[in-house]
Design a protein around this ligand. Structure first.
Ligand SMILES: O=CC(=O)O
Length: 393
């Protein structure tokens, strides 16, 4: 099995003894083409380097295995050598499942695969392919840790009768916090300021690089789901004027509670906002939602913040807009791909902040996501109402 994953939040993800080619002898898969959990090449390479530097630091996927007369067993592709929050999560899982290592899984492939009923996608973005699904005949649920499931082919998974779940509740607050953090950091040029303060002997002439204010500025939120709404709640405390654009208008009471004004046309929001924050799901409709035309509608003093998915922005158009000062700045927690290759022009601009997809990278959120995913898995396996099921469109 090819398993590779990049943990969000800076924890390396690669199974101990992981074999990115799937060809290594002694894993129990000889004679079979292994089902694969594949990441784009750049990520797989990154994972390979994680393997060298921090083997077994993080597990990637957990598959549940029913074992007779005991707690249902959970296969952890690598639990060996985990620390901190991961041990914490393992402890949570142990309350409901019996944990099995990847090595055990591979060594008992026939037996194990038949028993697997759920897969837990933890802190990474592997693509679960048809081949893997074909090799797990009794799989019932793929429980995604995180809200975005754009890395999963929902229609294909559903054609196997497998359900997909996510964790929308755990992610909302920390992701909204990152949106605010990026907005404030970009507005007040915190990263540049930090570099100056950390450079010995540099004189403090902030007047050369004045920032802009968030307080009382206009914030345009594109995508007012639960994360977008949490952003609006926070922005209200900064006395911001809040505009939003959404497929469905929120209820009047909800708008009033945060003082948000609905823009039926995204263009109106783009033209009026000092900060535009993207909080939409990545779907075929939102792919490259913000391109040259949309950037051209924004104020030259405006900042674009993205906490959704990289592909929501046409990155080539963004590079051009930042280079030509069509907009003031951008602050991105997500890019396409992740990470960006070293020579990507976005990495060589001075009016950008990029963070490595850390919207949910907190101790609390990681634990909450695990709890939410466990509740989803148990609900599916016990044939109960599923708290957060994601349906193919
Ligand atoms: O990216 C984070 C998530 O999908 O929850």
């Amino acid at each position: 099995m090819r398993i590779s994953g990049r943990a969000r939040g800076g924890t390396g993800a690669f199974p101990t003894g992981g074999d990115p080619t799937g060809e290594r002898a002694g894993t129990g898969w000889q004679g079979h083409r292994r089902p694969s959990l594949q990441l784009p090449q750049d990520r797989a390479e990154e994972c390979a380097s994680f393997e060298e530097t921090s083997p077994g630091q993080c597990f990637v996927v957990i598959a549940q295995v029913m074992a007779e007369g005991e707690l249902p067993a959970v296969l952890i592709l690598d639990i060996g050598g985990t620390h901190g929050i991961l041990e914490d999560i393992a402890a949570l899982l142990k309350k409901h499942f019996h944990l099995i290592t990847m090595k055990e899984f591979l060594g008992n492939k026939e037996e194990m695969r038949k028993k697997i009923q759920s897969v837990y996608v933890f802190e990474c973005r592997p693509t679960i392919d048809r081949e893997l699904l074909e090799s797990l005949p009794n799989l019932k649920v793929i429980a995604n840790s995180g809200v975005g499931v754009d890395h999963l082919d929902l229609k294909m998974i559903s054609s196997f009768g497998v359900k997909v779940t996510n964790t929308p509740h755990a992610v909302a607050d920390p992701t909204a916090d990152i949106g605010m953090a990026l907005m404030l950091a970009s507005a007040r040029r915190l990263v540049e300021g930090c570099h100056i303060a950390l450079s010995p002997g540099t004189k403090y002439f902030a007047v050369d690089w004045l920032g802009v204010e968030v307080t009382r500025a206009t914030l345009g939120i594109i995508g007012m789901g639960s994360i977008g709404y949490k952003v609006a709640q926070r922005a209200r405390a900064f006395n911001m004027r809040i505009l939003y654009h959404n497929r469905n208008r929120r209820r009047k009471e909800e708008e009033e509670a945060v003082g948000a004004h609905y823009c039926a046309k995204m263009e109106d929001l783009l033209q009026q906002s000092d900060f535009v924050m993207l909080v939409v799901n990545l779907t075929p409709e939102t792919h490259k939602l913000i391109g040259k035309k949309e950037l051209g509608l924004m104020k030259p003093t405006a900042t674009l913040i993205n906490i959704s998915r990289g592909a929501v922005i046409d990155q080539d158009a963004l590079v051009e807009a930042l280079q030509n000062k069509v907009i003031r700045a951008a602050a991105l927690d997500v890019t396409y791909p992740e990470p960006l290759p070293r020579d990507h022009p976005l990495l060589h601009l001075n009016n950008i902040i990029i963070t490595p997809h850390i919207g949910t990278a907190t101790v609390h959120a990681t634990r909450m996501m695990a709890e939410e995913a466990i509740a989803n898995m148990l609900a599916v396996l016990n044939d109960q109402p599923i708290p957060s099921e994601v349906f193919p469109k």
